[in-house]
Ligand binder design. Sequence first.
Ligand code: KG4
Ligand code: ZN
Length: 327
Amino acid sequence: MIVLGIESSCDETGLALYDTERGLLAHALHSQIAMHREYGGVVPELASRDHVRRALPLLSEVLSKANLDKKQIDAIAFTEGPGLAGALLVGSSVACGLAFALNKPVIGIHHLEGHLLSPLLASRPPEFPFVALLVSGGHTQLMRVDGVGRYELLGETLDDAAGEAFDKSAKLLGLDYPGGPAISKLATTGNPEVHVFPRPMLHSKDLNFSFSGLKTAVLTAVKKYPETLTEDDKANVARGFVDAIVDVLVAKCQSAMKQTGLKRLVIAGGVGANQQLRAALNAAANHHNPKKRFDVYYPELEFCTDNGAMIAFAGGMRLKANPNLAT
Ligand code: KG4
Ligand code: ZN
């Protein structure tokens, strides 16, 4: 069965075709980053209008890449939330319109479920059960995943999401939106000893996170410079920030592995693309004490951030579990 996936929750229009037998057939993405950059963040109204412009050309593109006719689509999956209301409405309208025209079912997918399952699209997918660290612009959660649809929340952020902390701290340093990749790149040239920022909730017994204090620490550090920050100053602040957030994320993952006794950790969401986080998680997974070792899995880089493939895949899993949906 072939599922068309449509993602439009924020500033990326992503479409993809997933075959429940053959795997991912094609995917295409249009990112609106360049359009929103001059405003320093996503402008919801512009995002919705751009999704309208992009959705159907991207549909033609995936059909042509997969060498398929739209009549061969068996079901249409779309992101039903969470996200920007207008942007979501575009994806849902396109999905429902196509479903009506083709007389096929629509499957609403929770955006976070899409992220959570995206590592299963990799060439070396993890087996269930696993612990998932979901780190995106809007969410930071640790979940126990026993199968498709069998999710247990272990912990989450009490305030800002990890991606939000990256973006806001980057903005304080005058970096362009989205700040995550920019602050991460700048940090590679920074001195780790100039700013040692707090590691919020590092020693709390639970698996929750809090990042708003870290952002405030970055602001306080920036304000202490009497003049405009040099590139070196910015790199040092960036390094302090990245080291602190990565330490907390890794420590909480280690606690989650210990608490659940599971041996597989899966990373999902935009911050999962972060190279410092990946390096630190790989080191933690390869602990010198064999009892503390675990395997860590990442989505392909292009499927860390928002995309249509994860939605098509989640729709495919739903259809497999309930084939009656397509009759
Ligand atoms: O999952 P995603 O594409 O969208 C949401 O569902 O939120 O995540 C976007 C977030 C943004 O905050 C962005 O700055 C962050 O992921 N991000 C990164 C990196 N790439 C994207 N953060 C740190 N390092 C990166 N390389
Ligand atoms: Zn997302």
